[in-house]
Design a protein around this ligand. Structure first.
Ligand code: ARG
Length: 460
């Protein structure tokens, strides 16, 4: 029988029950639901709203239910609409009238708002750890490869030389922002909505600060209409996960390119690659492709919740019940992707010669050649034009800036001397870029130190 059956003359249609039920997915929040209910009943007793004996029975009953669920002894059928009703119903079956007092001064609306916050707070901590692990891996790779020269690209055209370490640290910085974004999100959602009731709270003398403290929240939500109908925190979380996935997807794209025969900068470990059912030669970067693909899925989760919340009047509307599936899907997806991505990077091998060879072609030292002329007194625009002509000449004659003779240089500008070769060597190009944030060994060393401090501050 439904908890609300008193108001109705008929049972709901079975198809309605099916559409209405969320037990299939919100059951994952059983721990949060039980913790919230124990804190709520303790508060009710402290305030003299229910007796201490009832609160004790409720707490013991709920703890026994929790143990039964965790041991797999309590399979909830689909007759319960959602996790809240399933647990309350079971409690009442077990302890009778005391169980029926649990829901005093509470609504499922503040209950579910509480449960999701508690659930997300725990998940954010776990996801953050996975991101930190990935950052740690990138720092390790960077430390070993500060001398490995590779081309850096704009428009996917070879642009200027950099090092593999510099490249890895770029991603480490992006992921560092993901960590702090998740922390900001957690701080903002660290408000307890319990006590909002259905929408305007209750006339019972409740103590919201008490439950907030019991449940480890920093503060209470300040407006009760807002407290029950707000899902900003969930949207913000999905946004943060979307940005994180976007970073992984960009990285995946590079991994896929680097694995191709056209680049062959890296080789993924067999354990993190897949073959083809028909082409015997194939070794495919499926992990990176899946992460790139699943990014679209997580964006979908974000768009779902944004669209669900759009145009909802205050306060609770059943539409909000659609918040959990996208949230859980994004959580499952990111938690599956991150550890595999980290392991894939941990086990990849670098073809450093191929990187060096690629950097040696494509005139990626042309900017440095122009800068050389600037040091010899030419205005940058003139130097730029001279080197542009030089590159054109090289392309026509099948040469590179390194293989041009001194006379050929002189014929383009008398400012060229024999020291041009040293000035445009890729090693010089990288070493001279030693201002903060650059690819030189010292600059990357500073970046590594900075991220290591960041990791340290985050308990690593
Ligand atoms: N299962 C519902 C949800 O997830 C719980 C809140 C139901 N409240 C209501 N007034 N029908 O949103």
């Amino acid at each position: 029988m439904k908890l609300w059956a008193g108001r109705f003359d008929k049972n709901t249609d079975v198809l309605v029950d099916e559409l209405n039920a969320s037990i299939g997915f919100d059951f994952r929040m059983y721990r949060e639901d039980i913790t919230g209910s124990i804190a709520h009943s303790a508060m009710l007793a402290k305030q003299g709203i229910i007796s201490e004996e009832d609160a004790k029975l409720i707490a013991e009953g709920l703890k026994a239910i929790l143990a039964d669920i965790e041991e797999g002894r309590l399979p909830f059928g689909s007759d319960a609409e959602d996790v809240h009703m399933a647990i309350e119903g079971e409690l009442t079956r077990r302890i009778g009238d005391a169980g029926k007092r649990l829901h005093t001064a509470r609504s499922r609306n503040d209950q579910v708002a509480l449960d999701i916050r508690l659930y997300l707070k725990r998940e954010i901590v776990e996801i953050k750890e996975l991101v930190l692990e990935l950052i740690e891996t990138l720092v390790n790779i960077a430390e070993k490869n500060t001398d490995v020269i590779m081309p850096a690209y704009t428009h996917l055209q070879r642009a200027q030389p950099t090092t593999f370490a510099h490249y890895m640290m770029a991603y480490a910085n992006m992921l560092g922002r993901d960590v702090t974004r998740l922390e900001d999100c957690l701080n903002r959602m660290d408000e307890c909505p319990l006590g909002s009731g259905a929408l305007t709270s209750t006339t019972y003398p409740i103590d919201r600060e008490f439950t907030a403290k019991e449940l480890g929240f920093a503060r209470i939500t300040q407006n009760r209409l807002d407290g029950v109908s707000d899902r900003d925190f969930a949207i913000e979380f999905l946004n943060d996960i979307s940005i994180l996935m976007m970073h992984l997807s960009r990285f995946s794209e590079e991994i896929i390119l680097w694995c191709s025969w056209e680049f062959k900068f890296i080789e993924l470990d067999d354990a993190y690659s897949t073959g083809s059912s028909i082409m015997p030669q194939k070794k495919n970067p499926d992990i990176a492709e899946l992460v790139r693909g699943k990014t679209g899925r997580v964006y979908g989760d974000l768009m779902t919740l944004l669209s669900v919340m759009k145009a909802l009047p205050l306060a609770y509307n059943k539409d909000i019940h659609e918040d959990k599936e996208p949230l859980l899907d994004a959580i499952d997806t990111i938690k599956k992707c991150l550890p595999v991505f980290t392991a894939m990077l941990n086990t990849m091998r670098l073809n450093t010669e191929n990187m060096r060879t690629a950097a040696g072609k494509g005139f990626i030292n042309a900017t440095d050649c122009a800068d050389y002329l600037v040091k010899k007194g030419l205005p940058f625009r003139d130097a730029y034009t001279v080197v542009g002509r030089l590159v054109n000449y090289c392309i026509e004659t099948g040469k590179t800036l390194e293989t041009l003779g001194p006379d050929e240089y002189k014929s383009f500008s008398t400012a060229f001397d024999g020291d041009v070769y040293e000035a445009i060597s890729l090693e010089t190009c990288v070493a001279k870029r030693n201002a903060a944030g650059g690819p030189s060994k010292e600059s990357v060393g500073v970046q590594i130190k900075y991220i290591k401090e960041f990791l340290n501050e985050h308990g690593r």
